[in-house]
Ligand binder design. Sequence first.
Ligand SMILES: Cc1cc2nc3c(=O)[nH]c(=O)nc-3n(C[C@H](O)[C@H](O)[C@H](O)COP(=O)(O)OP(=O)(O)OC[C@H]3O[C@@H](n4cnc5c(N)ncnc54)[C@H](O)[C@@H]3O)c2cc1C
Length: 319
Amino acid sequence: MITEPPPTPPVVAILGAGPAGMSCANACLSFGLAPVVIERDDHAGGAQRANFHPNLWMLGSPGETGEEMSRRMADHFATLAVPTRFRCEVTGVEMEGGRFRLQLAGGPDGAPASLRADAIVLATGMRPQASAELAALARACARVIVGPLSPTIRDGIHGREVLILGGGDNALDHALFLRERDNRVTVCTRAGFSARAAFLAACRDQAGITLRAQCRPQAILPRNDGLRVRWSDEERDFDWLLVMYGYRPNVDVLERFPPALRPALTAGSHVRVDAWQRTSVPGLYAAGDLTESAQPSVPTAIAQGLAAARAIERDRRAA
Ligand SMILES: Cc1cc2nc3c(=O)[nH]c(=O)nc-3n(C[C@H](O)[C@H](O)[C@H](O)COP(=O)(O)OP(=O)(O)OC[C@H]3O[C@@H](n4cnc5c(N)ncnc54)[C@H](O)[C@@H]3O)c2cc1C
């Protein structure tokens, strides 16, 4: 008797092993898809891996910090039968016989490799943003930190003069955190403060926190163990400068896609998706922080990763 070989499950290449990518991979297994995860870093977990604050939005795990939650998810992910290439990046993508072919660099042996996939899920998240000048300053001076969630902020800044640039939640949340560690903090924003009212009120109540709106430094000069900052009306020395200018979607990987395979973006450079996480390119899906959502968060990313897997399964059946 001749028996048919079992059909090969469609391969889903998932870029990013944060909550969205891990959730998508987990759901792919339930829907009979074969996920392969490509992660630029050397570990799974995503942005929350360094968050030492409790995650207030994750129902069912009260008090758990982002760091603990992220580790719990990564530990679960590690038990799944999902091939994962860490320290790996996509260097090119093309269509070949109705399937994607991804060129990869890095991975376990560092050698270039290629992967054929029936669908791609973009789950590369967001990253802190800074002006080109401030990003260059951060590269040159160890006393300048771009973005929150740094172990140095958590453990290494006590009894110092700190300048925070930015006026949103992260700026004021960090001002309060650093004030608790006996630092004197100045928060300086180009426009007004957009942080939630509770943070603003708490900062105004603290003697060691100075808030300066509509104010932009004219010069920031690195000096021994700190920086000298000049405004139009004052010049002061600080030990640390934290840049909290918010986040932008991590869409740089799309520069390696040929124009015909690049999905449409929103005005804010998020990947545009429909309710099923489909992008404008057939076979290409996106989930998590690099898509626009009312409230970017771990629960949102998990739900979107799951929805993307479901959409792929449904679209493959319909094809
Ligand atoms: C300061 C701060 C506090 C927050 N607090 C909370 C909170 O309390 N509760 C909450 O629910 N959410 C919180 N969030 C939001 C939450 O972290 C995100 O919504 C969530 O991590 C999004 O998951 P993601 O998988 O989309 O992206 P990420 O978690 O950013 O994961 C993306 C992954 O993709 C990888 N990657 C990036 N580029 C590439 C590439 N080219 N190729 C391969 N891999 C790539 C990254 O290394 C990373 O592992 C907070 C965010 C910040 C910044």
